[in-house]
Design a protein around this ligand. Sequence first.
Ligand code: B12
Ligand code: SF4
Length: 427
Amino acid sequence: MKVLLVSPKAKENEAMKNGGGFRIAQMSLGQVAACLPPDAEIQLADELIAPAPLDTDADLIGITVMTEVVERAYELGDEYRRRGKTVIMGGIHPTLLPLEAKLHCDAVVAGEAEGQIDRLVDDWRRGQLRPIYQNLAPVDLAGLPWPRRDLFDRRHYQTVNCLQLSRGCPNRCSFCVVPVIHGHRYRIRPLDDVLAEIDSLQSKEIFFVDDNFAADKKYAKEFCRRLATRDKLICGQLSAATLNDGEMLGWLRKAGAVGFFVGFESISQATLDAVGKRSKATDYRDGIKRMHDNGMTMIGAFVFGLDTDGPDVFERTIEFVDSSEIDIVQFTLLVPFPGTPIYQQLKDENRLTHPAWWLESAWNLVPYQPLHFTREELRSQWIRALTEVYRLPKAFKRTAWQLPGRPWLTSWITLKLNLAYRAGLSF
Ligand code: B12
Ligand code: SF4
């Protein structure tokens, strides 16, 4: 049995280009590969490296689909089926909209692959593939198979050492798909499993793909305590509220933390409250300092276009970025993902100008009517704000304030990411 697993590349869009330059192995495919029967001959095709081969002798084609790659994924699904292949789709978007995805493939795996792939392969071998496969309950993370990192060509990636401690997030931010996909339960893996997996890795660095790395602080601190003796370099994603916990940051430092992606989302408390974010904007400056005191850099992420964002939101955020010593900045426009409370709200209020925007290359065209801006104003002010924070002197300044007393690696990563984000601006 030959299987080709494909990660499609998004049609050009500005959000994708932001942060370009750092390529991380597509863990979703590594994990699906680990769920396939041991006799499967598996080939991976990551379109960030090269277009997926259409001429293939694979019997089964598996495509992983995030919303921003939908158009390409459906194009590939249609083409492989035209060539007589059996196509399976899975990942975030088919989980949110399985019936839409089914139009372009033979079967959809909605949700986690573990627990479904064996059934799917058995059904396929008997010629009785069902349209949708879905677990009735969340997968027990004890004994989770380890992703097939051996299938990735390491030369093409900054790292193939992506690792998961947990799935889900206890929070319910209204723009986020994670609670929609995983519910509000935060599931953790047994630490012995995780550490055994870490000990099997061939290099020092680890990229944690958890949505909210330290959501269970007791667990995260114990993990860091045990990791501290292993001489690793780690990064991942933290919720802004975690920056208030100096002890947690201290443990992260001991565990080898270099930097984290931090979802600040907004400097306006009204916006944080409106989206259900459990953080306090007034804590942000101290939190940033605490990260620096612990030798870490950060990508601070902000979202624009929520109803509580008034016309001055961009100026105020630029001022905050300039004065808070934040290291690397990510500004995104609100993306109303299907299935999220925000999507439903905009739909109920008849404000979606492109209800199926993901099929129309409308990613950054603001597919809804904002409250305090025209769609064009919101987009042009976002472009202006990004251009402003990524002016070369500002990008260098963000790196320079890292220098005194900070680890060289942190400064190097900060510089490299600032330049990568800047290079990704295509306006
Ligand atoms: C790590 C990560 C990244 C990394 C690495 C991405 C990569 N190349 O792997 C980086 C930082 C590069 C990144 C970038 C982006 N990301 Co991201 N990312 C994540 C994160 C935190 C974890 C993904 C992961 O590896 N999970 C671990 C794997 C094992 O789980 P999984 O993907 O769910 O796969 C399981 C099932 O879905 C299923 N499955 C998945 N694929 C398939 C395929 C088949 C055939 C089958 C059968 C089953 C199956 O089986 C797997 C095992 O159970 C998720 C959050 C999340 N919870 O998904 C966001 C997330 C996927 N990202 C998101 C976004 C928006 C982006 C960006 C567009 C951000 C931006 N503005 O630029 C870019 C786009 C990048 C791209 N197109 O490649 C959104 C996607 C929303 C959506 N509706 O699609 C998410 C959900 C975050 C969020 N909270 O909104 N991301
Ligand atoms: S804290 Fe992050 S992962 Fe959790 S619901 Fe909010 S945005 Fe999503």
